[in-house]
Structure formats: structure tokens, C-alpha cells
Ligand binder design. Structure first.
Ligand SMILES: [Zn+2]
Length: 71
């Protein structure tokens, strides 16, 4: 009974190591969704200045720079 648990734990550990310490994602969808990270440049809808996603403000699905969003 206990031996079964140990074998199961060891097998689980090797499967975990096999995937590089990461649990396999179903369909690998989570990576493609993370395409637009905070360092990606986006164009301001109003003044066409390129700002990073981190610095931009998203209004109604469109990106605006700090200045345009204030107005
Ligand atoms: Zn702007």
C-alpha cells in the first residue's frame, strides 16, 4: 500500500522533471494569450506615439498614451 504511493510519487516527480518543472498546459493556449506583454509597443489612437502596453491606457479596446488619456 505504502510502496504503491512511493512509486506513484517518484513517477510523478519524474514526469514533473520531464516537463522542465512546468506542468503541461492543455492545448498550449496560455502562451499564445500572453503574446501582448507589458513591453510590447502599441500606437496611441490619438497622437500616434508609440508607448509600451505598460505605459498605455486602454479605453474601449484602444490604446492611448498617458497624455491623451488625461484629456
Ligand atoms: Zn497620445
Amino acid at each position: 500500500m505504502i510502496l504503491k504511493l512511493i512509486i506513484f510519487a517518484v513517477a510523478g516527480y519524474f514526469i514533473y522533471k520531464f516537463f522542465g518543472g512546468k506542468l503541461p498546459t492543455i492545448g498550449g493556449k496560455s502562451q499564445s494569450e500572453k503574446k501582448l506583454d507589458e513591453d510590447t509597443l502599441v500606437e496611441c489612437e490619438k497622437c500616434s506615439t508609440y508607448v509600451t502596453v505598460k505605459e498605455s491606457i486602454l479605453i474601449h479596446g484602444k490604446y492611448y498614451c498617458d497624455e491623451c488619456a488625461d484629456k
